[in-house]
Design a binder for this molecule. Sequence first.
Ligand code: ASP
Length: 597
Amino acid sequence: MRSHYCGQLNETMVDQTITLCGWVHRRRDHGGVIFLDMRDREGVAQVVVDPDTAEAFATADRARSEYVLRIQGRVRLRPEGTQNPGMPTGLIEVLAKDVEVLNSAATPPFQLDEHGKVGEEIRLKHRYIDLRRPEMIDKLRLRSRISHSVRGYLEAEGFLDIETPILTRATPEGARDYLVPSRTHAGSFFALPQSPQLFKQILMVSGFDRYYQIAKCFRDEDLRADRQPEFTQIDIEASFVEEQDIMSITEGMIRQLFSDVLNVDLPEFGRMPYSEAMNRFGSDKPDMRIPLELTDVDDLMKGVDFKVFSGPANAEDGRVAALKVKGGASLSRKEIDEYTKFVGIYGARGLAWIKVNDRSAGLEGLQSPIVKFMEGVIEELLDRVGAEDGDIIFFGADKANIVNEAIGALRVKLGEDLNLYTAEWAPLWVVDFPMFEHDGTRLQALHHPFTAPSCDLETLKANPEAALSRAYDMVLNGTELGGGSIRIHDQAMQQSVLELLGIGEEEANEKFGFLLDALQYGAPPHGGLAFGLDRLVMLMSGARTIREVIAFPKTQSAACLMTDAPGDVRPEQLKELNIRLRQKVKAEGDKEETAGH
Ligand code: ASP
């Protein structure tokens, strides 16, 4: 139907007769001449319809926003003075000879270039319109190029793309499962995979050696922050490998990807133990573009006459950390109050600070509500953080995890607010994670229960909390791009780790007996990693939320506004599935929701 995409036209085509198909982006009447900005996937071109071509003119006259038209005409240079160098097709226009309406359109719920005026809800409900926006098309195009680059790299490295089931059993990645009732096995349920973890390990036992999949994963989490109940992973596993092998393969993949798609040559990937990341940056995914660091000052604060500091400084699980911000003394009281509120989100009960106005003036040169308590230690404190005139020092004092979270987040926020970035891209490997963390009642796997420890079985059993794992995370600009590990391939070790996690033999057999069985039949040493594709695309496209890089995302409450899913089902369907609803809850508004079963 068409000879060219609208966005493909340029001055080399002057005098050619072309045919475009697309949508009316905008229509303007100018002293008897009609201008149509015609839009398709590739861009926008200006079409001029002259009254001389009476039939075309009449058709153009009744065309409205988002009508679908086919236009035949001749490319010509725009008259001097009307050119638009800011637009890829801005030097030319099409003089229409023939205009055909392929379809009309109801008045759209919002104008594409005025999408900011309507809330995200309206845009998600009419996603088909929202996806017409050039920015959305660009992001999904980038997403497609990213998957293409990744596939190309992995295929060239000998990885096989193998699909794993969607209807399966629970995979323990730490979230709630999405369950699917079975009709043929009354009372039984499938779980949607939280990741293909167990299947990819089984593929290694089967000898496939190198596997990858761009896989959908499902996690029914309380949707904090920027998460989606279904998301996409670039999932990778290989046999006869050690940490270094997986790290260099996947680093190569990300390097090639950035070069292919963004023309960026990523700097060297640093490597940092988890404990150092927590200590220096309060985070296991530190943003290395920001030149701010937490400094431990526990030893200095042990004896000060200020409970807020001396308490945590003396407590075993406490931490007092300082964060010096160069030039930060110019922050206003109001700004500091805002930061105090900000750290409150992370559980910090306050934000102490010292402004260094004039170091040579001793205490007099410092401005701070707490400096009076610091007399004996102030010089050493200032030296330790390297304070100079004009700096501000913030403090976190609490349980170590609260200090890390709060001051770690403050560090990132200050980096952003004060634009302290020293690089555009700062990749990093975080390694040497602890095997377990204690949640107060029992041990939990920091990665997942199939991750191998760095020590032998006896050492692990003797002191599980001190054990490190063979896990690694790739971090870019403060975002965890992916994480993985070398796995346990020895059945006895796997069973012991499950025991340490409080998963008894019976439960283990019921949940993943098939993996334990498989490990007995010649499981090779293996390991892998999974990247979050949505987050990767978001980072590479500069999008603000992952919803912007997913064609049909769900809302924060895990609903699809366009299809209105999840929805009610007919009573017969429930009966077939042997499900009886316990109660019908009349939700807010008039939409009925079901609860329980
Ligand atoms: N299955 C893990 C995850 O989804 C990744 C991996 O260990 O390969 O986080």
